[in-house]
Design a protein. Structure first.
Length: 369
């Protein structure tokens, strides 16, 4: 019996070892996106520069006294703590007016961006256009991904990807282990998965939020960089010029010749995420240096419902109201919220949304500020 048990144990170990690198085993074991996922995927380090920009603290702390949900008021700080926030930072006029960390997280904690990475990817596309590496948003993506010609992608432009109007046939359900988003998130060969993508409608007719669009943008960018990685481009063009406090990383699909998961997976600290918001708040300018063109910031955050686009979404940024505010957001309640007329930046990072409408909460804070 002992020998049989040992044999079963050995078989079990072999099976686990064989499955450990495949998408299905990752999905079964981890089941759904988690705030610790940056620890399970291979990644490229994005190094900080020699100097760090530090947001000064305001002389007086300022915060909302309460949050009103369904006509019931809740203490602001208690609400943040009780609804799975791990970081909440508010910056007004370049000064931190409120900063809290919860559940053993602190200002140095690295937290996955999830889909906030989409907004970061968009900024890099804008920089690549500024530098002439990409001609314009009107280019067909097959100029960079010619293998998709056989799948009928000749009419899909870079702008269609930015606006989520490509007509891509893509299952965004994380709970479906055989759907595209689970394959992209847990899989180990993004290039192979991208080559299988299909369209379900003509581009430019309808906005549908699917992560495949941003992953296609990531491959367009990689091809335009001609040998450089997307991570190194982020390091050179954003991380070091924005004088980030901490090293970051970008999760990739595989260790050897991996491709960045541009639809989801930058990993950084709360105040460094806030600097992405500050860059856009200042129209792409960082302390006198134009990092990305002002026109790109304006195009990325303007309300536009033409050519199938949605008025609440532009170039990988969400537009929650018509008051000029905008946000990057991730599936577990990660947010970079910017209200330009109030000179306000808010970063909320969480273990979960906890069934709260954080988009509305942040917009109401901005409106009342």
């Amino acid at each position: 019996m002992q020998l049989r048990s040992l044999s079963y144990f050995i078989v079990f170990i072999i099976l686990v070892s064989c499955l450990s690198s495949c998408k299905l085993s990752r999905f079964v074991y981890h089941n759904f996106a988690d705030i610790n996922d940056h620890k399970i995927f291979p990644a490229r380090v994005i190094a900080k520069g020699e100097t760090s920009f530090m947001f000064p603290y305001a002389d007086l702390e300022r915060k909302p006294k309460s949050i009103k949900i369904d006509n019931k008021s809740y203490d602001f700080e208690s609400f943040l703590r009780e609804h799975k926030s791990v970081a909440f930072v508010m910056i007004e006029n370049d000064s931190i007016v409120f900063e809290r960390y919860f559940n053993k997280y602190n200002d140095e904690s690295i937290v996955p961006s999830f889909s906030m990475a989409k907004s970061i990817t968009s900024i890099l596309i804008g920089i690549a256009i500024d530098e002439g590496l990409i001609q314009s948003v009107d280019e067909p993506i097959t100029n960079y991904i010619p293998e998709l010609k056989k799948n009928g992608f000749e009419k899909v432009k870079i702008e269609h990807l930015l606006q989520m109007t490509s007509g891509l046939d893509f299952n965004e359900g994380y709970f479906n282990p055989f759907g595209e988003v689970a394959t992209f998130y847990y899989g180990t060969n993004l290039r192979k998965s991208i080559a299988k993508l299909k369209l379900k409608r003509e581009p430019g007719l309808e906005m549908e939020y699917v992560s495949g669009n941003t992953q296609l943008l990531g491959l367009v960018l990689e091809r335009a960089l001609k040998g450089r990685t997307v991570s190194s481009y982020l390091e050179e063009k954003l991380w070091q010029p924005l004088e980030m406090e901490f090293d970051a990383s970008w999760s990739i699909d595989r260790r050897k010749d991996g491709l960045e998961k541009t639809f989801c997976c930058v990993n950084a600290s709360a105040r460094d995420y806030a600097k992405i918001g500050r860059l856009f708040l200042h129209q792409g300018n960082w302390n006198g240096k134009q990092i990305v063109s002002k026109s790109w910031v304006e195009q990325s955050t303007k309300i536009d419902s033409t050519q199938g686009s949605s008025k609440n979404y532009q170039y990988q940024w969400w537009l929650p109201t018509e008051n000029g505010d905008y946000m990057a957001k991730g599936i577990l309640g990660q947010y970079i919220y910017v209200h330009p007329t109030k000179d306000l930046i808010i970063v909320r990072l969480g273990k979960d949304k906890d069934d709260q409408d954080w988009e509305t909460i942040l917009s109401k804070i901005g409106e009342a500020w």
